[in-house]
Design a protein. Structure first.
Length: 135
């Protein structure tokens, strides 16, 4: 936190934006009174060990007097989980598009392709094919 603050005070904000402001030191830590427990897409494929570690952590939170809310106990948290699940498909598609675009440069170098069309075709290759080609 302190490093980010020091950088921001020396470089300022983006044009038209004030940058960081407020005290140089973060506020003192305070114990949470309530935590939301989200089970997103990764939960379904999490290992048994990961799920056991999460269960142990939740037991410790409860023992410390922290209220835990879940989609079963709070409709608003259920709505958050549903929104995350809906957006996951779009996010995955965006990531795949970004991955394709990022492959264009190494593929062009590896194949000595000089045209935009060659790079474009190469960027549509499956990841494994692109990796083999760019080696």
């Amino acid at each position: 936190m302190q490093v980010a603050y020091e950088i921001a005070t020396r470089t300022g904000g983006d044009p038209g934006y004030p940058g960081l402001f407020g005290p140089a030191e973060p506020a003192a830590a305070a114990q949470a009174r309530r935590l939301g427990v989200l089970e997103t897409a990764g939960w379904a494929v999490a290992s048994r060990g990961a799920k056991e570690a999460m269960a142990d952590a939740l037991i410790r939170f409860k023992a410390a007097g922290i209220e835990l809310i879940t989609r079963q106990s709070h409709a608003r948290l259920a709505a958050v989980e549903a929104a995350i699940a809906q957006s996951a498909g779009a996010l995955h598609a965006d990531q795949q598009l970004g991955n394709r675009a990022g492959r264009s440069i190494p593929i062009a170098r590896a194949t000595r392709a000089s045209s935009a069309a060659s790079c474009s075709r190469a960027s549509l290759m499956p990841s494994d094919d692109a990796r083999r080609l760019s080696k």
